[in-house]
Structure formats: structure tokens, C-alpha cells
Design a protein around this ligand. Structure first.
Ligand code: B16
Ligand code: MG
Length: 217
């Protein structure tokens, strides 16, 4: 039974949510309303455009299309200031080890992220070359929970959706994996990600024997 793996990026391999938060917060400050870490939860796994809409709803702010475009650009410029300072020390616990395990088992993996900055982030943490393919915010037209990002990932792996295992930290991502007919593994709070086929707090719990058991089922 051949399998392949699709990794989400933010919340699974690195914690870029904290940098998204700082960049969105700066924007909210400029617009004169409070944006908290609790609010930030709503933006996880969500596209940049959709994130801005949610943010503006929180602040009860209406903006022209032109202004929105400007804000999307300035938010990303701010975000990039943090991203370009990232290094391999920011890889989340267990992620490098899991990639090693997959390499040993001869299992290929691709990235399936909503972020348009995904290639840059992977390069910053020295993981870019290890992925056989990258599917990111630049290559999809429909955001998670639509399964498009993962279905393209399966094509890059030359596998059927049922042969793919998805690691996700966001509800929308777990839903996308389920809709795609893939095995979904929720990384984070089990109560929040209860729709996943399997749950783990982080990637340190994913052992070689767990992966082997998945191959056999
Ligand atoms: P960008 P993921 C997502 O990454 C983030 O979780 C989400 O907060 C962000 O808005 C989205 O990427 C788009 O990011 O502004 O860099 O294009 O979890 O899908 O890897
Ligand atoms: Mg994520």
C-alpha cells in the first residue's frame, strides 16, 4: 500500500501565526481598534484576503476595495519583516524528526498551505528542498475547507486521495482533508479538531510504527 503525506505549514511545521498576529495587530492599531490573540484564532488556516475581511468585521470597519488592497500589501510587508528573520530553530517540535522518519520509510511528502509565502518560509527554515512539491496560496483558487489544495497535492505525489495522509492544525484544513477523502490527522487541541481521523498534540507523537500501521490499514 503506497502512501504519501501532505503537510500544512503554519501550526504544523512552524508557528507563523504569531507573526501574522503581530502584523494584523499593527493594522488594527492604525485603524483604532483592539485585536487580540483570541481574535487571531479565527485567522488560522484562512487566506490573506479572508483574514482581512474577518479583521475588519471585528473592528466594525468598512473600507473601499482600493484601501483593502493597500492594507493587504502593507500587512504582508510587515509580516515579511518577521519571516525574513526566521531560521531552522523555529521548526516546531517533532517536525524534522518526522520528515527523517518518512525519508527512511521512502514516503514522499508535499506541502499544502494557504500561505502565499510558503516557499520563502520553507527556505528560511532550510526545509524547502525536502518536499517533492509545494502547493500554496499561489496555486489554488479555492481556500480550505475546499479540498482543492490537497487534491493538487495528491496529483504532485502521483497518488489517489485515499492514499494521502494530511497533517493539519486548523478546522478548515481538517474539513478539506476529509472532503478530499484523505486520512486527516489533527495537530493541536483534540476538542477543536474532533473531526480528524486521528489526533496528536504535536508532531513528536508521530512514530515510525504509527505511520507503518497506517500503511497496513
Ligand atoms: P499568507 P497554513 C495560513 O497558513 C495561515 O494559517 C493563515 O493565518 C494565513 O492567513 C494564510 O496562511 C495565508 O498566509 O498571508 O502568507 O498568504 O496554515 O495554510 O499553512
Ligand atoms: Mg495551519
Amino acid at each position: 500500500n503506497k502512501i504519501g503525506v501532505i503537510f500544512d505549514l503554519d501550526g504544523v511545521i512552524v508557528d507563523t501565526a504569531k507573526y501574522h498576529f503581530l502584523a494584523w495587530k499593527e493594522l488594527a492599531d492604525d485603524l483604532g481598534f483592539e485585536f487580540t490573540e483570541v481574535h487571531n484564532e479565527l485567522l488560522k488556516g484562512v487566506s490573506r484576503v479572508r483574514s482581512l475581511e474577518i479583521l475588519l468585521d471585528i473592528g466594525n470597519v468598512k473600507l473601499s476595495e482600493d484601501k483593502k488592497q493597500q492594507f493587504l500589501i502593507s500587512k504582508n510587508e510587515e509580516y515579511l519583516k518577521y519571516i525574513t528573520k526566521m531560521g531552522p530553530e523555529e521548526i516546531l517540535p517533532g517536525a524534522s524528526e518526522l520528515l527523517d522518519t518518512l525519508d527512511e520509510l521512502g514516503i514522499q511528502y508535499v506541502l499544502g498551505s494557504a500561505s502565499k509565502n510558503a516557499p520563502l518560509i520553507l527556505k528560511q527554515v532550510n526545509l524547502f528542498e525536502r518536499f517533492v512539491g509545494i502547493v500554496d496560496g499561489n496555486s489554488v483558487s479555492k481556500a480550505k475547507p475546499d479540498p482543492e489544495v490537497f487534491l493538487i497535492g495528491a496529483k504532485k505525489l502521483n497518488l489517489q486521495p485515499e492514499q494521502c495522509i494530511v497533517f493539519e492544525d486548523a478546522i478548515a484544513g481538517v474539513e478539506a482533508a476529509n472532503t478530499a477523502n484523505m486520512i486527516s490527522i489533527g495537530i493541536g487541541d483534540k476538542k477543536i479538531l474532533h473531526k480528524a481521523d486521528y489526533n496528536f498534540t504535536d508532531l513528536t507523537g508521530i512514530t515510525s510504527s504509527f505511520i507503518k500501521a497506517l500503511i497496513e490499514t
